[in-house]
Design a protein around this ligand. Structure first.
Ligand code: AKB
Length: 314
């Protein structure tokens, strides 16, 4: 009998909400407990157990884990790059404290397996920009990037030192139409679709030639579940795996949208997020994830664009 019991922390967020629903489909609604500091959508809150909890409240998180006899934790709560630049200490506290709580509970064998997302933000201006390798120079220049890189070091340390089964992915920008993201640098690639459909125009906060690694939500969720379900011996990287699907610039995305909404117009007004984007790679070499646990993406720019437009129109 599969006695898996999953806790998703940050379940009301952009990735957490879709991940929770998918996990409930796979493992049964009563086996996936959603938790967040705030309410989620009705679908999320009424399709299975939901607990209101601050990810940095150690006692409450431990209580929820014990109460539901949790085996696997997906720790999706985090403050993203753009917001973190405005409130650095708060971002550091949330991103690091929530991770230590879960790593220590796993070290004390209160949970068996942990997923913790890292990001392309772990790379910095001195990292090779094209086809960024798995192992390379990493000097992140944002608070968010520093927290993710530090988190990666701790994940690997807890695996080596205490045998904690922690698994991680360096997410690129994740694009979806169901739940809005908040506070990221790659969020323009979601806003643009909402504005294209509503107003037929969009002013981008990144310049036209800013190429960034991106991925459609379904691929991100597939990667997340796949790495968590892979046999332990296949997971050779215990810091975090590079993960990629596509790269495009705002100009390329706008041109693709125009194939379906010909009246669409884009303009460019780069703001403080431009320098964050400029410090990140434009494309990622994810061959280790493909080799070790069989990662494959499905969505390219054209499929992503038609799915987003159709999804938002419905
Ligand atoms: C952000 O833009 O901060 C995130 C990320 C790339 O991790 N989407």
């Amino acid at each position: 009998m599969d006695s898996k019991k999953i806790l998703v922390i940050g379940a009301a967020g952009q990735i957490g909400s879709e991940l929770t629903l998918k996990l409930r489909e796979f493992f049964g609604k009563d086996n996936v407990i959603a938790s967040d500091i705030k309410d989620g959508s009705e679908e999320l809150m009424f399709s299975g157990p939901f607990e209101i909890a601050d990810a940095t409240d150690k006692d409450l998180i431990e209580e929820i884990i014990t109460k539901h006899q949790i085996t696997d934790v997906y720790l999706m709560a985090a403050m993203l790059s753009a917001t973190a630049e405005k409130i650095p200490m708060k971002a550091w506290h949330l991103n690091m404290e929530s991770l230590f709580i879960i790593l220590n509970l796993a070290k004390d064998q209160k949970v068996n397996r942990v997923f913790w997302p890292s990001s392309i933000a772990v790379f910095g201006p001195t990292t090779p920009k094209e086809d960024t390798p798995q192992t390379t120079v990493m000097e992140p220049s944002t608070v968010y990037g520093i927290s993710k890189q530090t988190g990666e070091r701790w994940c690997e340390y807890y695996f080596n030192k205490y045998g904690v089964d922690v698994r991680s992915l360096r997410y690129p920008g994740i694009i979806s139409y169901k739940t809005l993201p908040g506070g990221g640098t790659t969020d323009y690639a979601i806003e643009i679709f909402h504005e294209a459909i509503k107003n037929k125009k969009y002013s981008s906060f990144l310049s036209e030639k800013t190429g960034l690694p991106m991925m459609f939500m379904d691929d991100a969720i597939k990667a997340t579940v796949d790495i968590m379900e892979a046999p332990s011996e296949n997971i050779k990287v215990r810091s975090s795996y590079n993960l990629a699907a596509m790269t495009f610039t705002p100009e390329e995305l706008a041109n693709q949208i125009k194939t379906q909404i010909p009246e669409f117009e884009i303009s460019y007004e780069p703001d403080f997020r431009q320098s964050i984007a400029d410090s990140w790679p434009s494309s990622i070499d994810d061959s280790e994830a493909r080799k070790d646990w069989g990662w494959e993406h499905e969505y390219d720019l054209s499929k992503l664009t038609s799915t987003m437009i159709e999804g938002l129109k419905n």
